[in-house]
Write a protein of this length. Structure first.
Length: 300
């Protein structure tokens, strides 16, 4: 399909079906179920999800995805970049090699705290912050040697979360960001304004819509992130309080032609099926189709 007909490169991620690396997050649907749900919605590209969710062997991984008509985009790698740098770099080398061999394009890097989950974190001192930046830049070089682009993901419960930390990151390095509309908003950064002010720093996009009331409570420390997700923090695109169309128009108008990944963090009950998350993803896809049609029409 040409860009004139549909200008957006759309992908999905297993987290929209509750697949997460955090212990005790919720029921994890098997890969065949999740990939079949994606394919049934017409999705033709996906991120990998947590380590070990899909086959570790790159050739087996490509085969599993190809069986559903899906190609790999890349994946998320959360590492404590501020400490144990040798171990972080070893993991990054292994991950980049596997991603590249599987045909991926993007390494989505997050500055993990080293603690379990995303509900707590300890602030960094100046030396630790500099170590974080240096390690991220080294990993980006490793990824580039494998033909991968690296984007750094501001994320709740990591060391790049708040608006001040995002601004500091942008000032201290030339690395690109994964513009995650949900996590940026919860951390206090307006994702639309970020896209408008720094379009050249957007290397990858994760699309979430957010209930502002719950996001405000997480930001204020009144509610843990995991509890907010369980309470319905993320909703289908177009149903929440973020202006997804404005964000896409801002970055697309500035020349961004990368992936837009539908990624609505979800927790599933033990007896849950794929039905509800698949319906939610379908609603998000329909919203993106409307935005894409408007973009295409504006070029005629």
């Amino acid at each position: 399909m040409t860009e004139t007909l549909h200008p957006l490169r759309i992908a999905a991620a297993p987290i929209s079906w509750g697949v997460c690396e955090v212990p005790g997050w919720g029921h994890v649907l098997d890969p065949a179920t999740v990939l079949a749900a994606m394919a049934g919605l017409g999705v033709t590209a996906t991120e990998f999800g947590p380590p070990d969710y899909l086959p570790g062997d790159p050739h087996a991984l490509r085969g599993v995805l190809a069986a559903h008509g899906i190609t790999p985009v890349g994946g998320f790698l959360a590492l404590p970049l501020h400490r144990d740098t040798g171990a972080a770099l070893d993991t990054a080398r292994d991950t980049a090699a596997r991603f590249a061999a599987a045909g991926a394009e993007v390494l989505v890097l997050a500055a993990a705290t080293g603690e379990s989950g995303y509900d707590t974190r300890t602030p960094l001192d100046g030396h630790q912050w500099r170590t974080l930046i240096d390690t991220a830049e080294t990993i980006a070089g490793i990824a580039a040697d494998h033909g991968l682009r690296t984007t750094v993901h501001p994320h709740v419960g990591t060391h790049i979360e708040t608006a001040a930390e995002v601004a500091r990151f942008l000032a201290d390095t030339d690395l690109n960001l994964c513009l995650d509309t949900g996590h940026l908003s919860i951390g206090g950064t307006d994702p639309v304004e970020l896209g408008r002010r720094h379009p050249g720093r957007v290397g990858h996009v994760h699309l979430k819509d957010v209930r502002a009331d719950l996001a405000d409570r997480v930001r204020a420390g009144e509610l843990d992130y995991s509890a907010a997700v369980r309470a319905g923090l993320y909703v289908p695109l177009g149903d929440g309080d973020l202006d997804i169309a404005a964000l896409i128009n801002a970055v697309h108008g500035a020349g961004y032609r990368g992936w837009y990944v539908i990624e609505q963090d979800t927790m599933l009950a033990p007896d849950a099926t794929a039905a509800v998350p698949t319906d939610n993803a379908g609603r998000s896809l329909r919203h993106l189709a409307e935005i894409g049609s408007d973009l295409a029409a504006s070029r005629i």
